[in-house]
Write a protein of this length. Structure first.
Length: 337
C-alpha cells in the first residue's frame, strides 16, 4: 500500500461540512458539497475525497484569519478564571489556573481490538440488498472510522463499548449520485449510528444492527492495492474550490504510468510527460498535449488533468483507488478493469 505523508490542513469558510450526532443531521456553517454528476463508486476510498477537499481549500485560502473546518469534538480555548489577590501583599490580581480541556470522544477505547489500521470490504449483507456493483468499505485508523457504500465518504471517531461499535459526530462529502446510491448512504449511516454489535475473527469482521447483518473481510486479502505503474487509471473525481465532484457525464480521462513516462488520455486530446516516483510523490516534467478543439465538458476535464499533472504531486493508492494531490488541485482515479 502506497501512502504519502498526510498533510495536516484545516479548511476555510468556503467548505461545507455536514455533521451528524445522535442520529440527526445538523447543518453546520461550511458544509462540504460536491457537484452533481454521474455516480462515483468508492471502494476503499478511505478519507481520500474528504481529506483532498479540505487540503485544496486550505491551499486556496491560506490567508484566511480564522479557519472554520473543525471536528465537532475539538477542544475550545481555555477561558481565564476570576482574578484572586496575592496572599499577603496587595498587588496586581493573579489569574486562577484553569484545567486543560480535553477533546470530547466517544466512551471506550479502540486500542487492542484488532481493528485499528485495517480496511474491511463487505462480502455479504443480510437484511438489505446493495445497489448492483457497490460494496461497503469501512476503514479504521488512529481512532477514526471512514465509511463508504458506493457514493459519498463519511468519517468520525469510533469507540468499542463491550461488543458494540459506536461513533461520535461524523463528517461526510456531498457528491451528487443516483437516488439509489444516496439512499444506500443513508442506510449505512443509520446502521453505524445505531451502535451495531461487532465480532472480529481473524480477517473477518461481522456487524449487526436492527435486523441487518454485514460480513466484511480484510481488504488486503480480498482487494490488494493495484500497482501504480502499468495500471490504466481512469479519472472519477475532480477536487477544487473546496469540493470533490464527479466528472461531467459523458466524459472520460485516464493516465498510465510506465517506464518513466505518463501517457495522458484527456478524452479529447492526448499527450505525455516524463515522470519520476520519489518517496510517495510523482514529479512530472512538462506535459505535451495535442491541441484539438473540444466540447466544454471535455475541455474542463482536460484542464483539471493539466492543472494536477504538474511538478511534484503527492499520491496514495488504496485497492483500486488512486488519489493525486497537487496542493491547489487534485484528482481521484479508479483502476480500469
Amino acid at each position: 500500500m502506497s501512502s504519502p505523508p498526510a498533510q495536516s490542513l484545516i479548511s476555510c469558510a468556503s467548505v461545507q461540512v455536514r455533521t451528524t450526532a445522535g442520529g440527526r443531521d445538523k447543518e453546520r456553517p461550511g458544509e462540504l458539497t460536491g457537484t452533481p454528476g454521474r455516480p462515483v463508486p468508492m471502494n476503499r476510498r478511505l478519507l481520500a475525497s474528504l481529506a483532498l477537499a479540505t487540503t485544496l481549500v486550505c491551499g486556496a485560502c491560506s490567508q484566511a484569519a480564522t479557519p472554520v473546518f473543525v471536528n465537532p469534538a475539538a477542544p475550545g480555548p481555555a477561558t481565564p478564571g476570576p482574578a484572586t489577590p496575592g496572599p499577603a501583599t496587595p498587588g496586581p490580581a493573579t489569574p486562577v489556573p484553569q484545567p486543560t480541556r480535553v477533546p470530547a470522544q466517544p466512551s471506550g477505547a479502540p486500542a487492542g481490538t484488532g481493528l485499528d489500521g485495517r480496511t474491511f470490504l463487505s462480502v455479504s449483507v443480510d437484511g438489505h440488498l446493495l445497489v448492483q456493483g457497490t460494496r461497503i468499505t469501512i476503514a479504521f485508523a488512529q481512532g477514526n472510522l471512514t465509511l463508504s457504500a458506493g457514493c459519498n465518504t463519511m468519517g468520525g471517531q469510533y469507540a468499542i463499548n463491550g461488543n458494540r461499535l459506536s461513533m461520535g459526530a461524523t463528517m461526510t462529502t456531498e457528491m451528487g449520485c443516483q437516488p439509489a446510491l444516496m439512499a444506500q448512504d443513508q442506510w449505512i449511516a443509520e446502521v453505524l449510528g445505531a451502535g451495531p454489535t461487532f465480532a472480529l475473527d481473524g480477517d473477518t469482521l461481522t456487524l449487526g444492527a436492527a435486523g441487518t447483518g454485514i460480513t466484511l473481510a480484510d481488504g488486503k486479502v480480498t482487494d490488494p492495492d493495484r500497482p501504480l505503474e502499468g495500471t490504466r487509471w481512469v479519472v472519477d473525481g475532480i477536487a477544487g474550490s473546496g469540493a470533490v465532484s464527479s466528472v461531467p457525464i459523458g466524459t472520460t480521462a485516464a493516465i498510465t504510468i510506465a517506464n518513466g513516462r505518463a501517457s495522458v488520455d484527456g478524452g479529447c486530446n492526448t499527450g505525455d510527460a516524463d515522470v519520476r516516483i520519489e518517496n510517495g510523490t510523482l514529479v512530472f516534467g512538462p506535459l505535451s498535449m495535442t491541441k484539438k478543439a473540444c466540447a466544454s465538458d471535455a475541455a474542463a476535464l482536460e484542464q483539471a488533468l493539466e492543472a494536477t499533472l504538474t511538478g511534484t504531486v503527492h499520491f496514495a493508492i488504496e485497492a483500486d483507488a488512486l488519489t493525486l494531490n497537487a496542493g491547489a488541485s487534485g484528482l481521484t482515479f479508479r483502476a480500469a478493469p
